[in-house]
Design a protein around this ligand. Structure first.
Ligand code: SAM
Length: 183
């Protein structure tokens, strides 16, 4: 899974350990370079202990007690993820090469202080808000499919046409090549 640039993801005012655990695990799986929380309302340590993916051991994790404490890498653009009228719809959004995504708390929205620091605010077009972990995972997946190196989708239903290369050779039983994808 290779992708241009890097990204981090975080959440403001999170109130449920399960949601933080869920988001950190997804961030780890999608290859985030760092994770952060601003003004957490929970014991972050408890989540760390219960995380089975080892995210906390493999990704820098920042806890900032206020928006002013936020210390992003230079040139990293802050992207708010918030369900607002004025937000850019995610399918029409070009992700910054260096980005830090931030989500709001379960029972509220991103604060005006955070919104003032964002370079962009995006929304996932849907009927109503979803769980914060789901919104984070959808955003990371969108980044992956728009910036990752994948074969083009074919016009017909199904996956890209596969050129079987020595498929019957017992020494390389499952080796297959995809058109347009360099190995
Ligand atoms: C469950 S929502 C907050 C509840 C919401 N303000 C309400 O109306 O009850 C928690 C966070 O998830 C994110 N979120 C959920 N659905 C979203 C969507 N469709 N587009 C963008 N962000 C979304 C936002 O960051 C939001 O602050």
């Amino acid at each position: 899974m290779s992708m241009r640039g890097y990204f981090g993801i975080g959440v403001e005012g999170i109130t449920k350990e399960a949601n933080l655990g869920n988001l950190v695990r997804s961030a780890h799986a999608f290859g985030a370079s760092f994770f952060f929380v601003i003004r957490p309302q929970i014991d972050v340590h408890k989540v760390r202990v219960s995380d089975t993916s080892g995210a906390f051991d493999h990704m820098p994790f920042h806890v900032w007690e206020s928006v002013e404490d936020m210390d992003l890498p230079q040139g990293c653009q802050l992207v708010g993820i918030e369900f607002m009228e004025s937000s850019v719809e995610l399918p029409s959004f070009r992700h910054p090469t260096r980005a830090a995504y931030i989500l709001g708390p379960e029972m509220g929205d991103l604060s005006p202080e955070v919104l003032a620091k964002t370079a962009h605010v995006i929304k996932i077009p849907m009927k109503f808000c979803v769980n914060v972990g789901v919104a984070g995972a959808l955003t990371m997946y969108d980044r992956l499919i728009s910036m990752g190196k994948f074969a083009e989708r074919p016009v017909k239903a199904g996956g890209p046409e596969l050129l079987v290369d020595n498929a019957s050779s017992p020494s390389r039983p499952h080796r297959r090549k995809m058109r347009g994808v360099k190995e």
